[in-house]
Design a protein around this ligand. Structure first.
Ligand SMILES: NC(=O)c1ccc[n+]([C@@H]2O[C@H](COP(=O)([O-])OP(=O)(O)OC[C@H]3O[C@@H](n4cnc5c(N)ncnc54)[C@H](OP(=O)(O)O)[C@@H]3O)[C@@H](O)[C@H]2O)c1
Length: 317
């Protein structure tokens, strides 16, 4: 476990909103890419970035849903992209590079949770394929990164508590479990930030992993209602259950990691509640913290090598 996983005292906390952490931060003239930025937490990140003056590119696998969701958001541009389609990822990034955009922030936010077994591309498992899509996206976008430096924020989750990398079967060919597939993908997101920061840091590309908290969004759509009810996710009046955040609060840690000057000299860390997370001392996901396997540099290097091999793109090594 890296000894950098300890709180730094940001002045913000679990209940801060994305708008609050960006108050006083001027993003005019900055460009961000937010995957999945038309639903749940991503939509709130886009709103906050745009509210602070940024231009935001929103890759969308359902552009027809994304456009109305973002109609009221200034400087938000929807561009078609299915992250599980590697050719699509390359095309999207090539267009951004050709446009001459200087990317300051990428928020690798898109995700699915515990979905039915889904195979994409060359038979890849869909949760892990989303990690591979983000790996390829960030690497293909590298030529467009702002010369002064850029930040990449990867949405992980305390769901990583349930599984480290399953090196002998990352694609669940020997039997599928949706929750373990989600857990592995969220460990992968955290490890991606660790190694990207290691490779990109010297060139000013810093990376962070974020657990946003527990927030009711469309992410839960694959979880049966009976299971949601047993987990206490469903309340009579539709308000968030105890300990849950609103989407605007859930977006805050990603917005903080993407912009806080306190992180200028500190990357590759796992964050929650608008601060660097402490090592996990419990298995309670509502309490959170980070497990050793999600910030292990050797695991991160191994995942980077596998991702580069599977996607054929490595712009940082
Ligand atoms: N909500 C929570 O409590 C929670 C907790 C921990 C971590 N997280 C993480 O936070 C992130 C955002 O979650 P959320 O709660 O905001 O979920 P959400 O509302 O379901 O948003 C996820 C977004 O990702 C997009 N997406 C999924 N697969 C994609 C693909 N193949 N290509 C392009 N876009 C794709 C979705 O597009 P469609 O709308 O077209 O499906 C959607 O816009 C996820 O990475 C999740 O794991 C959430």
């Amino acid at each position: 476990m890296t000894n950098r996983q300890h709180k730094i005292g940001s002045g913000f906390g679990a209940w801060s909103t994305a708008e609050e952490v960006l108050a006083g931060i001027d993003l005019t003239g900055r460009t961000a890419v937010v995957t999945g930025g038309y639903s749940g937490l991503g939509l709130e990140v886009v709103r906050a970035f745009a509210g602070a003056g940024a231009r935001v590119l929103v890759p969308a696998r359902r552009p027809d849903a994304a456009r109305p969701a973002l109609r009221e958001v200034p400087r938000a541009e929807v561009r078609p992209l299915d992250l599980t389609d590697q050719a699509d990822v390359r095309r999207f990034a090539e267009r951004v590079v050709a446009d001459g955009a200087a990317i300051d922030v990428v928020v690798a936010n898109a995700g699915v949770m515990a979905c039915p077994e889904t195979r994409v591309g060359p038979g890849w498992e869909a949760h892990f394929a989303l990690h591979l899509g983000h790996h390829a996206l960030v690497n293909h976008l590298r030529p467009a990164f702002a010369p002064g430096g850029a930040r990449v924020v990867a949405l992980s989750s305390s769901g990583h508590f349930l599984s480290g990398m399953r090196w002998d079967d990352v694609h669940f060919r020997d039997g599928y479990d949706g929750w373990l597939a989600y857990a592995q993908a969220k460990t992968a997101a955290a490890l991606f930030a660790v190694h990207l920061d290691r490779l990109g840091g010297p060139a000013g590309v810093r990376a962070y992993a974020v657990h946003p908290g527990s927030i009711l969004t469309p992410l839960q759509r694959h979880v049966p209602v009976a299971q949601q009810s047993a987990l206490g996710w469903i309340t009579e009046d539709g308000t968030p259950p105890a300990g849950f955040k609103t989407p605007a609060q859930g977006a805050a840690t990603a917005a903080w990691a993407a912009t806080s000057p306190l992180l200028d000299d500190l990357g590759g860390v796992y964050c929650q509640d608008c601060d660097v997370a402490e090592p996990a001392t419990t298995d309670d996901m509502l309490v959170g913290g980070v497990k050793p396997w999600a910030v292990d540099p050797a695991e991160a290097a191994r995942l980077w090598a596998l991702s580069a091999e599977l996607t054929g793109v490595d712009a940082f090594s």
